[in-house]
Structure formats: C-alpha cells, structure tokens
Ligand binder design. Structure first.
Ligand SMILES: Cc1cc2nc3c(=O)[nH]c(=O)nc-3n(C[C@H](O)[C@H](O)[C@H](O)COP(=O)(O)OP(=O)(O)OC[C@H]3O[C@@H](n4cnc5c(N)ncnc54)[C@H](O)[C@@H]3O)c2cc1C
Length: 868
C-alpha cells in the first residue's frame, strides 16, 4: 500500500470520531456513556421486574434440566480445573495420534484438584462429570489407586471399576467423547444440510437461523478458497430452504472476512480490496439472488477499519441495491461502538441502502487485552469492566432505535436483563420491527420464554470438528468467565438482585472506572519498571505521521567518530544505505591505534571515580536514557530503517527492546546494590557486595544495531563499569546516536565511549590491553573463538568473556500443537527481522502424523499464490 493511500485513510473526515475513540481513556468516556444510556428509575424498575421473571424461570429450568451453564460455572476459568478442561477441549479434537492424547490427558488431569468440585452443584451432569474427572485424575496419578477416597459409594465404585479396566485408553475415549458432546452442544451440524434439517423443529416454534460456516483466519489461499466454496454451497442450500421468505423472516448466513483472505490486514489493503472484495461480491450477488440475509461478523478490533472500507466499496459499487439483507455486527465492548453506528448510518444515507445491524457485546475480549499489552499500546480498544460493556450496549440500543429507518435491528445477547432493556427501549422508541439473536446451544431456556412474542434468530455454526476449535475456545472463554450472565445465573449463591442490578448504577458505584487488575499497558510491570511504548501499526492515524517524518529524515546527514579523537585521525568516510547504495547517510571517522589507546586511558582515569558511583545514580541515568530513546523515536526508527535496512514493524520492536534493556538494568542495578551479610561464627563479619570490574569492551553486531548494542552497554554500566563500545561497521551511525543519548542522559563521556574501528584493530589494541577487564560480544562463533583465544593468551588475570553467538536453532513440533500457531510462529521466527535473529529458526522437526498438514499450510502461507 502506498503512503498516499495511508494518508487518505488517516485523514478521512468521516472516520475521525472512530479514530479518536479507538483507545480513548475509559475514565473520560464513562460519564458521557452513563448519560447516553440513562434510564429513569421507574422504567428501570419495570425492566427489572420483567427480568426477574425471566431469570427465575431460567434458574428453575436449570435445576431440572442441568446442562452446560452449570458445568461451565463449576469449571470457570478462575479454577485450575477449568483451565485444564479448556486446554483439553482445545487439543483433544485435533490430535490425531493416541500416544499424544494420552500424554496430554496425563499432563492436564493429574495435577488438578477435581475433588474440590464434588457435590458443589445440584446438576447430575456436573457431578457425574466431576466424578469422572476426579477419578481419572487420581487413577492416572496412582495406578494402584490404594489411597482412593470413597466419596459416594455407588457411582464411585462403578466409575472406578470402569476406569481401572483400561487406564488411559478408556479415559481417552471417555474424554474425547465428552469433548465431542461439548462440540455438538455448540455446533448445529457437520454439513449445512444436516444443520438445515436440525433447525426445522425450532423454526416451527418461531426461531430463525443464521448459519455460520466454521473456519476463520485462513492461513493460505487454498484455505480461503475452501471457505469461499463452503459459503457458496451454504448460500445455495439456505436459499432453497428459505424458499423466498426474504432476509428478515427466512434463514440467512454469517460470514467471517478473515476466512476469505489469508492477509486480511491493513498493510495489505490493496490486495484485500481487490481479492477479498471479489470473493465478497460473489457471495453478495448470490445471497441477493436467493434473497437471504448475509451478515459480516465482527472480529478483532484491528480488522474493523478494513471491514468498514470493504463495506463502503461494496455499497459504492451498487451491487447490493434493491436487497435489504446486507448486515454487519457491531461490538459494544469496543470504545468506538457508538461511532461505528454513526458511520453505518452515514454509509446507509450516502448509498441509500438499508442495513441489518447486529449488536453484540463482543467475543474477542481476552485477545484484545493481550494484544494491546504485548504491543505496548497506549490504551485498550475495549472496556476493562464488563459492566461498562453493558452500559455501552444500552447506549448503542438507544442510538440504533433513533436510526430505525436506516437499519433492521438485531440484538444478540443471552442476558435476560439486556433482553428486557432492549424490549423496553424499542417500545419507547416505537421500534416494532426488530429481532433478538442468540448462539446455538446457549440461549434456549431464555428465548423459549420469548420467541412466541418476538422473533429470535439462532446463530448456528456448521462444520467439522477440525474447524470448530477457534469458535469453541471463544465459547468456553465466554461461558467460563465468572462475569458472564450464563455463568452468574448458574451460581446459586448470587442473589437475583445482583443479577438484575442496573448496569448504570453498578458502574456509578465504582470509584475507578478502569478495572484495577487490568493496568494500562505502560504499567504492565507494576512498580518494577515502565513498559516500552509501542506504535499502533493497525491504525494509520497513529503510524502515518511517524512514517511521514521518517521519510523527511531520509536526507539528514549523520556523523560518527570515536568519542575521543587523536589529532592524527584519518578523515571521514562516506557511508550508504544497504537498501539503496546511492543513498548517502553520512560520514564516519574510524579510530586509529592511537585513538584506541586514548580511549582506554580516558576510561581508566574515569573509572577511578565512576567505580564509587552509587546504584541509584546509575539507575537514574539508565532510566533517563530510556526516556530519551523513546522521545527521539522517529529519528531512531529512521536510522534503523535506512542504515539497518529494517521494515517499520521490526524497527519498532527493536527500539522497544532497547528501551526495555535500559529500564531492566536500571532496576537490576538497584536490586543488587546493597551488601549482603553472610552468616558466620561470632566475631566475624562477612559481607558480599557487587562492584564494577573496570573497563568492559562491548562488541555488537549489525543485525540488532540498537537493541544488542544498548543491551551490552547498559548491562556493563549498571554494574559500575566503564564501557568502550565497538559497533558493527555497517551500523555505526545508529550506535553513535545511542551513545549521544547516554551522554545526554548524564553519563560522562569517558565512562561510555564509542569506538568505530575494524575488528583487527580492536583485537590488537583494545583486547590486548590488560586494563580491559571484561568483554561482551555478540556475533559469529568463529570470531568468539578467536577473541576467547586472544584473551586466554593475555598475561595478567583471567578475563571474563560473555559471548552470544549464532547456531542452528531447531523447533520440535508434536501433534498436540495447533497447526495455525506453529505456522505463524515458524514464519515469525524464521523470516521476521529478515531471518537475521541469532535465535532465528533454521530447522523444523514435525511429528509424522501432522507433517503433511503443516507443510502444506506453511507452503501456502509463505507463498500465498502457490498451488500446494
Ligand atoms: C447471533 C450472535 C452473533 C454474534 N456475532 C458476533 C460477532 O460477529 N463478533 C463478536 O465479537 N461476537 C459475536 N457474538 C458473540 C457475542 O459477542 C457474545 O456471545 C456476547 O458478547 C455475550 O454477551 P451476552 O449479552 O450474552 O452476555 P453477558 O454475560 O451479559 O456479556 C458477556 C460479554 O461481556 C463482555 N465482557 C466480558 N468481560 C469484560 C470486561 N472485563 N470488560 C469489558 N467487557 C467484558 C464480553 O463481550 C463478553 O462476551 C455473537 C453472538 C450472537 C448471539
């Protein structure tokens, strides 16, 4: 994608509000939201009365029928057992070989405390499952099961007998079966025909269906093609079944854009807007011809802008004209949900097209939190308190009601209070034409009470176990969370009042609107240190200005030289970019043998004072350096790109690593600065304290010219040494800037010096000088050996030598690994940073049972257009 296209996206007037809200401070947003969602006390009371009826009936049904919600409550994800179960569910459905299944069962079941759950639930289903899990856990742990405690004679001994007969194979079969039942609970059918048939009974009760062909996040062009074909077949079949009922009454389809293209991401906008658009057009034309509804699911928040752009392209082309079935899901857990609705209204008006809008709370909450923390971004795109999502949902319902003429409204929820609120607000705004929606296997007891008055559409996943995984994990996460409605309803200790409490009142009652256990990404490491700042590469508004400045810095001339120069030094030599040999970056003066001697003299002299510096000062200077690196981000990114040949993504990671090094060693300096008094006989005082050694030579490579350079230098400085740093010849300019920032932070020039020179001169004149008391080196094994020998041959004390060298890095993959995860990690490890990490993957070993699948997927992922 060209820069000008990014510029257009970054400056789009109609998406300004969306950008503003993306990672907005939650505290600031909440007051506005509370106002927008406000419901007066009287109305709230009648809503709650209705919700109480729904909830009471739900609880009644649960105790008589038992079921999944009770099971999920008992094994919620705050328990070790809940997590073990989820790991099992995640893996068991796809591991092809028995041996690994047995190992996994042993691993996951033995350590958990199943007994603690026994008898805690009314539901027979849950208790039986607990017995089975406890039994298997114990049985595998103690094959002779002598110490087995007899809890509930009949059932226990029956299960015991069964389990002891066969050991792991029996357990494997039982658990595999249980997981399949769990899968079946959430999946409507293996084929669309099976699902359509299964739907008929409930359709007769008034339910409608939207089918979802399982499969998402295609990794290869072949996967995307397979999913496209599945959607086409499904639309054909649904069209037949619908027999002209139309998009509002008849069955429809839900589509995940990530399934239709292997590179559905912002940096591939051009491809997305040709290839993915072509697939979408095909599906839309077919759905229009069959006159069924087609809804685009909402996925991870970084995919929202590409999906809105795609929607606009579709609307602008006019292919959807004359058909009211096109829709989009909007996630209320996103801070920009209200702005998304405004944008959809804008598109609907502009292209004169009515849209179906499905309001959901959102299914990727855990992923959003994790991604934001890992990338060190400013703030989260989603709320951190569950109740804020509920409040935002209500604000969105109100807004949608206001826009009722532009949209067909669909409210997806399993929460009885949310259902009652929707009903009340729609009535208040005179919206008659709307529907509820629920997920297959989750909403029946609630909507069976409602469907005769208001239609409910069931989102019905269709597909094989192979494609079920990602969906099942989301459902387990959703149901296992103790804040979720289905989980709370199963908790008998929670009083009704708590379940139907007004979300607005609850939110108001919190003094901190942000969840106290979910710190901002910058505070991830708590008191220890600040997390380094990232750059949001999924948002043009955030990265485009940086890219623009980097472009402007292309002509900036840099200069590097030894920190102390002898008067006889040779003149400067020009240096050029590895990306474009015509692009002059600046000039470098190399150190002569004399200036190397001068560097050691200066450092030796400085050490006499620096050795007494206290740890707090060193720590402070390192933290200052970190801040300077961050404050001069654009210049450093430009150098990493022009001199180091990096792409922006890799440059950002490298700069963050350098900043993290500074802060980490600042913290380590403090940790070890006090002397420890050792125990000993009376009258003796033995103390252990750490001190600098003297002058440390740091020799770093070109592949990570900032991170490794800074890492070595700051480690040595933190422990009270003076440093003479020799950068790689290819990346001297960036090393010079790093040294400049260390000096600017307050390190004396003689304490940390730059020494650009050849490897030969370093060996002869720096490493042979006995005043150099240690060497830190990153580079080739061969050079490390040479340095090691040189130091060993030196007279005087033995010199510590720390060498980090390359090698053959292998990844060993067994069949319990998720293929998509393996392929993604292989690509990152082997090819990111141009494959130049010393830890980069060189050899991949894959268990035979899954080798063909992994090889095909890997080939498809690295060569998107290849036929594999
Ligand atoms: C028909 C249908 C279609 C759907 N399509 C999509 C889709 O396209 N995209 C999608 O993402 N989801 C989709 N979902 C899933 C949906 O997002 C979840 O089922 C829904 O969020 C559960 O909400 P609830 O009202 O049923 O339950 P509740 O228990 O009231 O709410 C649970 C929700 O609260 C939110 N939440 C949980 N913890 C926190 C927290 N700490 N801070 C902030 N928020 C929190 C999460 O969104 C969680 O799912 C769909 C659901 C249905 C029924």
């Amino acid at each position: 994608m060209s820069n000008s296209e990014f510029e257009i996206i970054a400056n789009l007037e109609q998406t300004k509000r969306l950008d503003q809200l993306y990672r907005q401070d939650e505290e600031q947003l909440v007051n506005e939201l509370l106002e927008k969602a406000a419901i007066n006390n009287m109305d709230m009371r009648s809503i709650q009365e209705e919700a109480i009826q729904l909830v009471t009936e739900l609880r009644k049904q649960r105790t008589t029928k038992g079921g999944l919600d009770a099971f999920m409550f008992q094994y919620d994800l705050s328990s070790e057992e809940g997590i073990a179960l989820m790991c099992l569910a995640e893996a068991l459905l796809r591991i092809p070989d028995k041996e690994n299944i047995d190992k996994l069962i042993r691993d996951k079941l033995v350590s958990a405390n199943w007994g603690a759950h026994l008898g805690k639930s009314h539901s027979l289903f849950v208790n039986a499952a607990t017995w089975a899990l406890m039994l298997t856990g114990k049985m595998i742990a103690q094959p002779h099961h002598e110490s087995f405690t007899d809890h509930g004679k009949g059932l226990t001994s029956a299960l015991k007998k069964l389990a002891t007969k066969g050991g792991e194979p029996i357990v494997r079969q039982a658990i595999s079966q249980a997981m399949k039942i769990l899968g079946k609970q959430f999946v409507m059918g293996r084929s669309i025909q099976e699902a359509l048939k299964r739907a008929r009974d409930k359709e007769a009760m008034g339910y409608r269906y939207s089918y979802d062909m399982l499969g998402e996040a295609a990794f290869t062009a072949d996967d995307a093609k397979r999913y496209l074909d599945a959607y086409v077949c499904a639309i054909e079949a649904i069209g037949e079944e619908s027999a002209g009922k139309g998009p509002f009454v008849g069955p429809g389809i839900s589509i995940k854009l990530s399934a239709l293209h292997p590179r559905y991401e912002l940096s591939k906008t051009k491809r997305v807007e040709t290839e993915l658009l072509a697939s979408m057009n095909k599906l839309i034309l077919l759905a229009k011809e069959k006159n069924i509804g087609l809804t685009i699911d909402a996925e991870e928040s970084y995919r929202l802008m590409p999906s809105l752009r795609l929607l606009e392209k579709i609307l602008a082309s006019g292919i959807a004209k004359g058909w009211d079935g096109l829709g989009l899901a909007v996630q209320a857990y996103q801070k920009r949900a209200l702005a998304v609705i405004d944008h959809l209204k804008f598109l609907s008006d502009k292209y004169d097209q009515k849209l179906c809008v499905r309001l959901v709370k959102g299914a990727y909450w855990d992923t959003e939190i994790k991604l934001t923390q890992v990338q060190g971004l400013e703030d989260y795109p989603v709320f951190t308190r569950k109740v804020t999502t509920d409040v935002n949902y209500i604000a969105c319902v109100k807004k949608l009601c206001e826009y009722k003429d532009s949209f067909f409204l669909q409210f997806a929820t399993h929460n009885a209070l949310t259902v009652s609120i929707v009903k009340h607000l729609c009535k208040q705004h005179h919206v008659e034409h709307y529907e509820y929606q629920c997920l297959h296997g989750m909403g029946d007891p609630l909507y069976d009470q409602i469907v005769s008055q208001k239609p409910c559409r069931v989102y019905a996943p269709v597909g094989s176990h192979e494609d079920l995984l990602a969906y099942l994990v989301r459902r387990l996460l959703e149901n296992g969370a103790n804040s979720s409605f289905v989980n709370r309803i199963a908790n008998d200790e929670l009083p009704l009042e708590s379940i139907i409490q007004s979300p607005m009142e609850k939110l108001k009652s919190y003094s901190s609107k942000r969840h106290p256990n979910i710190p901002l990404p910058k505070n991830l490491f708590g008191e220890q240190r600040l997390n380094s700042k990232g750059l949001d590469l999924a948002q043009p508004k955030a990265f485009y200005p940086v890219l623009k400045e980097i472009e402007l810095l292309a002509n900036k001339m840099h200069f590097a030289q030894p920190t102390f120069l002898e008067s006889k030094n040779p003149s400067a030599v020009k240096c050029y970019s590895p990306i474009d040999a015509r692009h002059c970056l600046g000039e470098i003066v190399q150190a002569t043998p004399e200036s190397i001697g001068l560097a050691v003299d200066k450092a030796d002299e400085a050490y006499q004072k620096w050795r007494f510096s206290d740890a707090a000062t060193r720590s402070h200077l390192l933290n200052q350096t970190a801040d300077l690196l961050e404050n001069n981000r654009t210049e450093l990114l430009a150098l990493l790109m022009y001199e180091g040949g990096k792409i922006l993504d890799d440059a950002v990671s490298e700069l963050r690593e350098a900043v993290d090094f500074c802060r980490y060693y600042a913290q380590e300096a403090l940790k070890h600065h006090q002397a420890t008094t050792l125990r000993g006989p009376t009258g003796e005082l033995n103390q252990l304290s750490l001190h600098g050694r003297g002058i440390i030579a740091c020799i770093s490579p070109w592949n990570f010219p900032l991170a490794i350079f800074i890492g070595q230098v700051t480690a040595a400085l933190a422990s009270g040494n003076c440093v003479i740093a020799k950068p790689a010849a290819q990346t001297t300019l960036i090393a010079q800037r790093a040294i400049d920032f260390l000096h600017q932070a307050g390190f004396a020039k003689a304490v940390v010096q730059l020494l650009p020179t050849s490897g030969h001169l370093v060996s002869e004149h720096l490493l042979k000088d006995i005043r150099v008391r240690g060497v830190l080196f990153t580079g080739s094994t061969e050079t490390a050996r040479n340095i090691n020998q040189l130091l060993a041959n030196r007279p005087g004390p033995i010199v510590p030598f720390v060498a980090e060298t390359g090698g053959q890095n292998a990844m060993i993959v067994d069949s319990s690994a998720l293929a998509e995860q393996v392929v993604s990690d292989v690509i990152t490890s082997a090819f990111k940073s141009a494959g130049q990490r010393c830890s980069a993957l060189r050899v991949l070993f894959v268990q035979e049972d899954i080798a063909d699948k992994i090889i095909t997927m890997l080939k498809g992922a690295v060569l998107p257009h290849s036929k594999t």
